[in-house]
Design a protein around this ligand. Structure first.
Ligand code: NAP
Length: 310
């Protein structure tokens, strides 16, 4: 097992930050955990839930003396938070984050990094549609990917320590460049969320099908979109605004393929439809085979359901 951190400071105790607090404690990954959040209400909940050894709303004081600081705030807030805590980071400390977009996070945080602090950005590809400190749980990262995107020249020892931390949480760790991460996540996570937001929005605006009918007959595929479309509005606004180029590029491809599908339906091209649906079914089977989803009927809902990935 990797050597535990002496003091772990978590900034932002929402779903991800509070899951990290729970997981780090369960796995003995830090001797001391400091919970830092600007929101008094969040800090009160963290205290009541007993998630940390120390709690504070003072960001700079909270990170002082920590050897690992993880920013668990929305992507759009990373720059401002990094600026606020920079002067308080201990020499030799490792700064990390959990943001769902990486190039923008690196660009926002890097200018504030003091000498002697290593920055190892991370993105756990795990989550749920819930927010806040009550939503977190220690097993959230079990068997899930965590992608590290250390900028060129980052101290390899710092990268290894962050890798050990995530492995201690049960994650499988992979390293890639921030730009490649953003492209991969645009198609696997960001565009699917945009489609879900859009289809749920369209259904809500329909005049010929009533809202109660949409809710009543939602099991026909729509229900699964509604789970994704219930994701945190602030988090997802920031993701689309900070991963604009990759999302628009993937959306362009998506629109072309959607037009081809519409053409196949219009011209009764059953062969084209069948060929695509056969290919996509194989992808689903591949995801199940990799242990990233359950093979249970109805997504295993009757047995409690699978963990939702971001
Ligand atoms: P969350 O439950 O909404 O928690 C975010 C926390 O950050 C809240 O305590 C919030 O406090 C605080 N915060 C918001 N804006 C802030 C600001 N400007 N300055 C300081 N603190 C601020 O969000 P989450 O789901 O844990 O997401 C946190 C990060 O994890 C995001 O960067 C997201 O991209 C990433 N992530 C999320 C998922 C997921 O599925 N949810 C998965 C992987 C990665 P307030 O109550 O005051 O707003």
């Amino acid at each position: 097992m990797a050597e535990p951190f002496r003091r772990l400071a978590l900034v932002g105790l929402g779903l991800i930050g509070s899951s990290l607090a729970r997981g780090a404690r369960a796995g003995g990954l830090a001797r001391e955990i400091v919970a830092v959040d600007r929101d008094e209400g969040v800090i009160d909940r963290v205290r009541a839930l007993g998630l940390a050894d120390t709690v504070t709303t003072d960001l700079a004081a909270g990170v002082a003396g920590a050897d690992l600081v993880i920013l668990c705030v929305p992507v759009g807030a990373i720059g401002a938070v990094a600026a606020e805590i920079a002067g308080a980071l201990a020499p030799g400390a490792i700064l990390s984050d959990v943001g769902s977009v990486k190039a923008a996070v690196v660009a926002a945080a890097t200018p504030h990094l003091p000498e002697g602090v290593s920055f190892v950005p991370a993105h756990p590809v795990a989550g749920t549609e819930h927010s806040g400190p009550d939503a977190g749980f220690a097993a959230l990262f079990h068997g899930r990917w965590c992608i590290l995107t250390p900028p060129e020249g980052t101290d390899p020892a710092a990268v290894a320590r962050v890798r050990g931390f995530w492995e201690g949480l049960g994650s499988v760790v992979e390293t890639m460049t921030p730009a490649h991460h953003d492209l991969v996540l645009a198609i696997t996570s960001h565009v699917p969320h945009l489609i879900a937001y859009n289809i749920v929005g369209t259904a809500a605006d329909l005049e010929t099908v009533t809202q109660s009918e949409v809710i009543k007959f939602s099991a026909g595929g729509f229900r699964d979109f509604t789970r994704i479309a219930a994701s945190d509005p602030t988090m997802w606004r920031d993701i689309f605004l900070t991963n604009k180029e990759a999302v628009l590029e993937m959306l362009g491809r998506f629109n072309e393929d959607l037009s081809a599908l519409a053409r196949a339906i219009r011209w009764d091209d059953g062969e084209a439809l069948h060929a695509l649906f056969t290919r996509t079914r194989a992808i689903r089977r591949g995801i199940v085979a990799m242990g990233q989803e359950t093979a249970e009927p109805d997504f295993g809902r009757r047995g409690g359901g699978p963990k939702a990935a971001e």
